[in-house]
Design a binder for this molecule. Structure first.
Ligand code: URP
Ligand code: ZN
Ligand code: ZN
Length: 487
């Protein structure tokens, strides 16, 4: 089924022009000023933006965590993502201590296969990595899993010690893959949590007060120092504060291959949300926690100046009733995480571009192109170009909405609140095309579970890899990298 998009304003990370786009099957075939071609479907995009489908590199669907499981599975979470203009997400498979990463990958494939509305990949969460299992990492990258997440937080559950981090980073550097790091000093945080609980400080707000920005900054510094010695790239996930940003900038200035993402919650919500009455503040128990408001301008500056390279959602939804309730009498038991996969593009377009923080090209870069490049998906994903997958969003810059769960349910995420309740946005996804197939048609879902495919990603393709980064699905050999002193 061919598609012709007429009269749109095509915006990529670097371009901005009026053109027609012809999609013969699943890729962009022709881009031209005025195309005179027959097509099965013709979409009039007059006065609309035509942008690459969003790439969200950080979601947690159907993930067991905190004594429960995230409330969106691969059906509901990916459909919600599609409504919001995201056509590819990268979710996290979890290797539990002592178990094989390859078995974990099988488990996550069986959760997702045939169920998704959009394309997807996996990072592998590593909780331990003895020398004897390092060889699994090459197997994973052959399977298209070319990035990992490690944790400096959550001792006893997900935390890896520094030796494990160094060993894994070295191997990732050799293989041309990438370690993503949850950078917070979880050991000290646990001490602070115990002190708070002993004082009877059990309310949700103490989640924030026991996770100071200095301990995030310490984690960022340590992660990037270890990556520097391991001669491996490192991607800091959900960076939330100015203190942490300073450490990122310092490492980048030394030439460390350091990337970082932030998320809408850190740009738009702040520590004041923990003062909501009753147990409502539990909605915002996510990690790292919301910070003092002044950090937001610093994060926008980091996005504008290229210290921060991507905006993900860290979509990790738990319902307020029944799930967050687990921690009603002890904030440390509240499952950590919040929703957002559906609202990312509108929020960042409205508050980022509309708010004068970033250009429209940078908006596309941060929400699609840069994550596609860093995570080995580019140029298959992340841009509109001849030969790229026809993952395209027709975005109406004038359509308005007040985000709500309580007044009018504006979202499709399977969760009983919206973290951005009452936020007004101007700029919304209208139509979404996934590899040439319309899956959202003027706000209506017309796709089905199974439209999405698992995407085998190529090696780390960040800007530091230069020409070594190759498109997903290519036969490119892993980057040859010999760590000085370890050859
Ligand atoms: O609160 C969060 N972010 N939950 C998900 C797990 C993680 O650390 O990303
Ligand atoms: Zn994390
Ligand atoms: Zn996360």
């Amino acid at each position: 089924m061919s598609v012709l998009i007429k009269n749109g304003r095509v915006v990529t990370a670097i371009d901005d022009y009026k053109a027609d786009i012809y999609i013969g099957e699943s890729q962009v075939d022709v881009i031209g000023k005025t195309l005179v071609m027959e097509a099965d479907t013709v979409i009039d995009a007059t006065d609309k933006l035509v942008i690459p489908g969003g790439v969200d590199p950080h979601t947690h669907l159907e993930m067991p965590f905190g004594g429960t499981t995230t409330s969106d599975d691969f059906v509901t979470g990916t459909r919600a993502a599609a409504f919001g203009g995201t056509t590819t997400l990268i979710d996290f498979a979890i290797q539990f201590k002592g178990a094989s990463t390859l078995a974990a990958l099988d488990t996550w494939h069986s959760k997702a296969q045939g169920k998704t509305a959009i394309d997807y990949g996996f990072h592998m969460i590593i909780t331990d990595m003895p020398e004897s299992r390092l060889h699994e990492m090459r197997r994973l990258s052959d399977e298209g899993v070319t990035s990992y997440k490690m944790f400096m937080a959550y001792p006893g559950v997900l935390l890896s010690d520094d030796g494990t981090i160094f060993r894994t980073m070295r191997k990732a550097g050799e293989d041309g893959t990438l370690i993503c790091m949850h950078a917070e000093n979880g050991i000290v945080i646990d001490e602070l949590v115990q002190i708070a609980l002993k004082k009877g400080q059990i309310e949700p707000k103490y989640h924030a007060y026991t996770r100071p920005t200095r301990l995030e900054a310490e984690g960022v510094h340590r992660a990037l120092a270890i990556a520097e010695v391991a001669q491996a790239p490192c991607y800091i996930v959900h960076l939330s504060s100015y203190d942490a940003l300073e450490q990122l900038r310092a490492a980048q200035a030394r030439g460390v291959m350091a990337h970082a993402e932030t998320c809408p919650q850190y740009l738009l919500l702040d520590i004041g949300y923990y003062e909501q009455p009753g147990f409502d503040a539990a909605k915002y128990v996510l990690t790292p926690p919301l910070r003092e408001k002044w950090n937001q301008d610093e994060l926008w500056r980091g996005l504008r100046g290229d210290a921060l390279h991507a905006i993900s959602t860290d979509h990790c939804p738990f319902c307020l009733r029944e799930q967050k309730e687990i921690g009603r009498d002890d904030f440390s038991k509240i499952p950590n995480g919040g929703p957002g996969v559906e609202n990312r593009l509108s929020l960042i377009y409205h508050y980022g571009v509309g708010g004068g923080h970033i250009s429209i090209n940078r908006f596309v870069d941060l929400t699609s192109t840069a994550p596609a490049k860093i995570f080995g998906l580019f140029p298959k994903k992340g841009t509109i170009a001849v030969g790229s997958d026809a993952d395209i969003v027709i975005f109406d810059p004038n359509q308005e909405e007040t985000i709500s769960y309580y007044n009018a349910r504006t979202h499709h995420m399977n969760i009983d609140y919206n973290a951005y309740e009452g936020f007004k946005v101007k700029g919304m996804t209208e139509t979404v095309i996934l590899r040439g197939k319309v899956i959202i048609d003027r706000g209506e879902y017309v796709g089905q579970p199974g439209n999405g495919q698992f995407i085998k990603r190529g090696p780390y393709g960040g800007m530091y890899a230069g020409s070594a980064g190759k498109a997903a699905g290519s036969e490119a050999p892993a980057i040859e990298r010999k760590a000085a002193g370890f050859s």
